[in-house]
Each structure stands twice: as C-alpha cells, then as structure tokens.
Design a protein around this ligand. Structure first.
Ligand code: FAD
Ligand code: SF4
Length: 512
C-alpha cells in the first residue's frame, strides 16, 4: 500500500493526527496552483502569506521525517490543477490510496468529492481537519425545528458543551452570557495602543515568483517587512502578544473606529486560525488562562467579547455555510443590481470613513469587523450593489478571506442578501453611527449633520432612500418597525429631496 496525502493551503495544522502515523509508504503533497490564485483577484499579501506558510509547513513536515512533494507555481510538473496533479503523481509513484482532509470550501469539496466518485484506480478517503469545535452538520442539528438561527443560543450551548467560562454546568461566569453592551466604546486616545507585532520574513523571492507567473493581484506589500505570521511559532507569538498587550482593552474598543490606528486592540489572529496554524480551542484557552492569571487588571467583559467571536460567530458561520451552500452563494433577496464603485479598488473617495477603511485594506489586507460591516459593507448595501460584486471584493482583499467565513459574513450578515437567515435586520446606518464610533467625520469633506445639501454626508440620504426603496422587503420585519415608522413620519418633500440626492450618489458614486 502506498498512500498519497493532500494538504491544502488552509490545512496547516501541525497537531493533526495524520502526523503521528507511521511515516513509511506515505507521501504528503502540497501545491501552489493557479486554480487557487485565480478563482478571484486576491490581495498580494494574501497570496504571499499562504505560499510562505505552506512552504514553512512543508519544511516542518520534512524536519519531522515525512516525505513531502511540494510544487511551487513554477515547478515544471505542476499542471496547476489539483486533480491532474494527483493523477500524475499517483501514476509516477505507484500510489494505491489517496487521502485528503475535508476542505472548508464548497468549491474544493465538490472537486475532490467528484474525483472520489469517479476515480477507478485509487482508493480514496477523506478525514476531518481536526480544527473546528463543531462538525459540518452540528449547526443544522442544533437548529432543527427552530424558526430562527439566532447565534446567541448556539453560543450559549457551546459554552456549556465545552465548559468555557461557566460557574456551574448551567450558569455563565459573571452572571451574564453576553457583555456586548460593554463593547461599544468610542476610542478617544485615552489608552496608548501598542504597535502590532510584525515580523521580518524575507518574502522578496516569493513576490518575484508570483509576479513572474503573471498572477493578477490587488493591494500593496512591503517586501522588507512582511507583517503576517507564516509559521506556527510566529502565530503563537501573535497570540501571546494579544494576551499580554491587547486583551486588556479588546472588548471596550471592539467596535471603535480610528483614523490613526488600523488594528486598535484587535488580535490579528484570523489568518493564523483560518490557515489552521492555530486552533480555535488553543486560542480561547490561552486567552482565558491569561485572564485568570491577571484577573485583577483584565475584566471579564474584555474576555467574553473575544471568546464569543471565536466560539460563537466563527463556528456559527462555518455551520451556516455548510447548511446553506451552494444555494447561499447566489442569494440576492433585496434584488440589488448596482456595480461596485471604482473607489473600492483605489480608496479615491472624499468620504473619509470609506477612504480610511479601503486604504487600510489595500495597505495591510486588513480591516477590523466594524470597518467591514459598518463602513464598506454599509455603503455597499445602501448603494444597492449586487452582492456578487461585494462578495468578490471581500473574498479578494482580506488576508483571512476564505469563502466559508467570507460569504456568510458578507452576503449574510453585511448585505442581508439571504433575507435574514444570519442577521435579523440589515446592518445599515446613516452617518450618525459612524460619527458616534469614530473620529472619521471630524476631518471629512462632508458634514455628517446634513442630509440633502451639496456637502451633506452621503450615508444620510442613502440610508432613507434604502429604507424607502426596500419597504416591501421589510414589511413583516419587527426589528425594522421603528426605522420604518420614522421614515413614514417624513414629509413627501423631505423624502423626495433625500431620494434626489441618493440617486445622484448611486449614479455617480466615484464623484463623491
Ligand atoms: P478580532 O477582532 O481580534 O476577533 C478575534 C477572532 O474572532 C477573529 O480572528 C476571527 O477568527 C473571529 N471572528 C470575529 N468576528 C467574526 C465573524 N463575524 N465571523 C467569523 N469569525 C469572527 N473573517 C474572516 O476570518 N474571514 C473573512 O473573510 C471575513 N470576512 C468578513 C466580511 C465582512 C463583510 C464582515 C462584516 C466580517 C468578516 N469577517 C471575516 C469577520 C471579522 O471581520 C474578521 O474575522 C476580523 O476582522 C479579523 O480580524 P482579527 O483577527 O483582528 O479579529
Ligand atoms: Fe463618512 Fe459621512 Fe462621516 Fe464623512 S461625514 S466620514 S462620509 S460618515
């Protein structure tokens, strides 16, 4: 028996049980492929981060005594197609068994499943990635028979199931399940923000290879100082840095937006986790252990806010993805059809909030949650952009963007294109929310208090126009009732002026 085992770019889990198996007769295979670089236009830092991390993982495997075949983009045997590569290797090395870890993307899952069904020569089996805290189908079972997929109940169940921050099997530590209301402070410079932990990985050669291959990318990269962790050791360093320097204010400023700081107190752990260099359980355990050792200085609100994101939202999004794909990828319940403005690719806009969030995304392949949700996502929804366009942008631009977590957040939580499966109401706001949570508006070309004047904040007219345009969709939605009542109180003249200005913005967004 000779076994070929495939490791995908987001399966860099050193703790996987595979690596405890006897090493004879097993060949591990990893490949950089055009089918992966070209399914959307990725940020250059994202491609570099994946390739560097894959190469480091292959080196680690070799150092452990395993046999590894690694194809770079320019390896002559690399056909750039996963199935062709596997078939060729199987023939060349007289492989009898092919094994893979279950992919997290529907696209790859289907490709490998089809291969499994069709292959006549190989015995093929799939195994769990041993990364997540739930299986693909746990969520579906959890919500069976329920009308709504409220994340909070799933999160509570996970807390109980894994005995995380519980005083008894039923009672949450601190007397409350959720401290969300304490997570909404505006940052005013009151606490110094430690600089992000960055590394001096030399990525010049990798960048050259990507360029030579003609891979189309977006965004910028500093070849002398690559910011993202590309090994397990570096990932653990980012985790420890978060615990020691950032956790203390994480919850307080989770929703804050600030011009001078791209990362605020956020962990920057999503790439390390989504590539599986770190497991969600070890991240949660480390954070809780650090808090317990420092409970005099770190409040529970900081910790619960963080645990909820990983134990709750991250697992929830993955479960929803597997429950709702592939139909989910084409949902457009609000029937939005507009084109994404060009400024999403350049940051050239006079709207300061969008300029900052997009410029930062192009510079660092990173924006934190509220920038993604309430700035870029909010504008895209208010401007009624087609969710396909919005998805492609989010799937390409962020270091952590893998479809299972990108599409559920974008099409679902942010664009309400699923009609309320993930979010019970659309995350839209006028300029006042952005002004409340940020220092963006103070130095903006537009006036956040104005609605229809030439220098009025575009979010204001777009907001009321959106509610008016989508009246039919929100008819039975109780959570929208207050906003719809406010809309109904506006005079016909007010609505007409707001719609006139909104139309101007929607027709020519790049002029604003
Ligand atoms: P922190 O703020 O430090 O949070 C800690 C961790 O919690 C994150 O690393 C992440 O693993 C997890 N987390 C937080 N919020 C979410 C969430 N809503 N869903 C799932 N996990 C969450 N996250 C991705 O990992 N990949 C994506 O492609 C992605 N696309 C998004 C698109 C939109 C429109 C929105 C609104 C959110 C998206 N998110 C995505 C969720 C979230 O914005 C990022 O996980 C987070 O900004 C990553 O930065 P961080 O590691 O500093 O997170
Ligand atoms: Fe954004 Fe409006 Fe504030 Fe300008 S005024 S930063 S456009 S919310």
């Amino acid at each position: 028996m000779k076994i070929l085992r495939l490791i995908l770019g987001d399966q860099l889990n050193q703790q996987h049980s595979w690596y405890n198996d006897p090493i004879e007769d097993v060949i591990y295979f990893m490949a950089e492929m055009r089918q992966e670089t070209d399914y959307t236009t990725h940020h250059i830092q994202k491609v570099v981060a994946f390739f560097e991390s894959m190469r480091n993982f292959a080196s680690w495997l070799k150092s452990e005594g395993h046999t590894v075949i690694y194809y770079k983009l320019d390896t002559s045997e690399n056909t750039q197609d996963i199935i062709e590569n596997i078939n060729n290797l199987a023939e060349q090395h007289k492989i009898t068994h092919f094994e893979y870890q279950l992919p997290d993307e529907y696209r790859l899952d289907k490709q490998l499943k089809d291969f499994k069904e069709k292959s006549k020569t190989l015995k093929i089996s799939a195994i769990d990635t041993e990364h997540f805290l739930t299986s693909r189908t746990d969520i579906e079972n959890f919500y069976e028979g329920k009308k709504q997929y409220t994340m909070e109940y799933f999160y509570r169940d996970m807390r109980k199931k894994y005995d995380i921050m519980m005083t008894t099997p039923k009672d949450p530590e601190g007397g409350k399940w959720n401290f969300d209301h304490s997570n909404r402070n505006k940052y005013k410079g009151e606490h110094p923000i430690p600089p992000p932990l960055v590394f001096e990985n030399d990525v010049k050669q990798t960048i050259k290879e990507i360029e030579n291959a003609g891979v189309k990318t977006i965004g910028f990269i500093n070849a002398d100082q690559f910011d993202w962790p590309t090994t397990r050791e570096q990932s653990l360093n980012v985790l420890n840095y978060f615990c020691e320097h950032l956790l203390v204010h994480f919850g307080d400023y989770q929703d804050a937006l600030y011009t001078e700081h791209a990362f605020l107190f956020h962990s920057r752990l999503s790439f390390a986790m989504n590539s599986k260099m770190l497991s969600p359980k070890e991240v949660i355990d480390s954070v809780i252990a650090h808090w317990r050792a420092n409970s005099e200085t770190i409040e529970i609100t900081q910790v619960e806010g963080f645990v909820r994101q990983i134990l709750g939202w991250r697992e929830y999004m993955r479960g929803m993805y597997w429950m709702k794909m592939p139909e989910y990828a084409s949902l457009n319940k609000l029937e939005n059809t507009n084109k994404l403005p060009d400024f999403y690719w350049t940051a050239n806009t006079k709207m300061n909030c969008l300029h900052h969030a997009i410029k930062q995304s192009l510079d660092y392949a990173y924006a934190h949650h509220i920038q993604r949700l309430m700035v870029t996502g909010n504008f895209a929804l208010l401007a009624q952009i087609h969710p396909d366009e919005v998805d492609q942008w989010y799937l390409g631009i962020y270091i952590d963007a893998i479809e299972w977590v990108e599409i559920t957040n974008t099409r679902g939580m942010s664009q309400f294109a699923d009609g309320g499966i993930i979010a019970t109401k659309p995350y839209v706001s006028s300029g006042s929310y952005i002004n409340k949570m940020s220092n963006y508006c103070g130095s903006c070309h537009y006036n956040v208090k104005l609605k229809t004047e030439e220098n009025a904040c575009p979010f204001n007219s777009l907001y009321w126009n959106f509610l008016d345009d989508k009246r039919e969709h929100f008819k039975g939605n109780n959570r929208m009732a207050m906003m719809m009542n406010l809309l109904n109180k506006k005079t016909a003249e007010d609505i007409s002026a707001l719609k006139e200005r909104a139309a101007l913005i929607i027709e020519n967004p790049d002029d604003f």
